[in-house]
Design a protein around this ligand. Structure first.
Ligand code: AMP
Ligand code: MN
Ligand code: MN
Length: 332
């Protein structure tokens, strides 16, 4: 059985076609999928003669996003003129709260959602609030790709590159796809046909790392702890490291690949202390374990095999809470 990617609902196509001004928003702490989706859709809307801005609360933590961060604003200015009120499209977001500090400025406008996370909080699609969610889509950029085609446009090279970039970041450069994902490769081939360059995209995501990033990777690897007979791995980044190395040196994808390649591993947890009383937690699993359920139980979210959350407290508190939550999974 192959997954086909859902087509955009007609309400969404109408919402775009009948609007003239758009705010394209995404989740805070954006990733490549969020950034690629927002900027590709903005480009397509501009080509349709509409006004469109890309809006994000940031911060742009990942090095591969640096070149794009200047194209976003976190200021949504009240327009005095009597033109159409803007319409909002929120992309790659499980709940509106995930947009962060820009949420309040968005709330007063009609809003559509495009997302690929499983979530009970997404409302039913309607003309006022179109919802385009396909949890079998491995990236939001694939949904934006479908939408741009449905709007009657061919991809530009820039859009193809942005869409391919998001697809590659969310699929670990296709590593997380299976035999069910033929449709994804068909879409990827089309993006390449319109100018996306896989080699450049790979280098953009994985090349140009600082020496410090390898040292930090080594530190995190050197303190791996193994639980439940090696099925669960745990490690962490300290506040001192965060202060010394910063976001710049963080290289989650390489770390994920190294940890998931260890024999017998079914899941891992990385806790990062980013300030004295707050940690971010990354959860990954190889296959059957649904880490998004664990993340959701702490107010986070994500996908079955990749999820995250933030937690008050220090590494030892986060470690205890998260490891305890794996108890029921591994102890039976
Ligand atoms: P990360 O480990 O930060 O790369 O996050 C993995 C995935 O988990 C992301 O693609 C998001 O879908 C999700 N995620 C991360 N942090 C959160 C959060 N605080 N709330 C909801 N979802 C999150
Ligand atoms: Mn995302
Ligand atoms: Mn995504």
């Amino acid at each position: 059985m192959c997954y086909e990617i859902k087509n955009p609902p007609q309400e969404l196509v109408q919402f775009i076609n009948t609007g003239s001004r758009f705010i394209i928003a995404g989740h805070k702490e954006p990733d490549g999928d969020c950034v690629g989706s927002q900027l590709a859709l903005r480009s397509a809307l501009l080509r349709l003669g509409k006004e469109a801005i890309a809006c994000s609360a940031g911060p742009f933590k990942r090095t591969e996003l640096r070149e794009y961060s200047g194209q976003f604003t976190d200021q949504i200015l009240e327009q005095e003129d009597a033109g159409d009120p803007p319409r909002v499209v929120i992309i790659d977001c499980t709940s509106r709260d995930r947009t962060g500090d820009i949420l309040e400025s968005l709330e007063k406008f009609p809003c559509a959602i495009i997302d690929h996370h499983a979530s009970v909080t997404h409302p039913q699609s309607s003309a006022e609030e179109p919802v385009y969610v396909d949890e079998n889509s491995p990236s939001s950029t694939l949904l934006v790709y479908k939408l741009i085609k449905e709007l009657g446009l061919e991809l530009t090279k820039e859009e193809a590159t942005l869409l391919f970039f998001g697809l590659c970041t969310d699929t670990g450069f296709f590593r997380y796809l299976t035999e069910k994902n033929a449709a994804v490769f068909e879409a990827a081939a089309e993006m390449v046909r319109f100018g996306a360059n896989p080699k450049l995209t790979f280098n953009n995501i994985h090349g140009g790392k600082k020496l410090n990033s390898r040292i930090l990777l080594g530190n995190v690897l050197s303190r791996i702890e193994s639980y439940y007979g090696g099925k669960l791995l745990f490690s962490y980044e300290t506040l001192e490291e965060f202060n010394a190395f910063g976001f710049e040196s963080r290289d989650s994808d390489s770390l994920n690949q190294l940890l998931l390649s260890i024999e017998g591993v079914e899941a891992f947890v990385i806790v990062r202390q980013e300030c004295a009383d707050n940690c971010t937690v990354s959860l990954r699993s190889v296959d059957k374990i649904n880490v998004s359920q664990i993340a959701s139980s702490f107010g986070g979210g994500g996908h079955k095999n990749a999820a995250g959350l933030t937690m008050k407290g220090d590494v030892s508190i986060a470690k205890k809470n998260i490891l305890d939550s794996f108890h029921n999974i591994f102890a039976c």
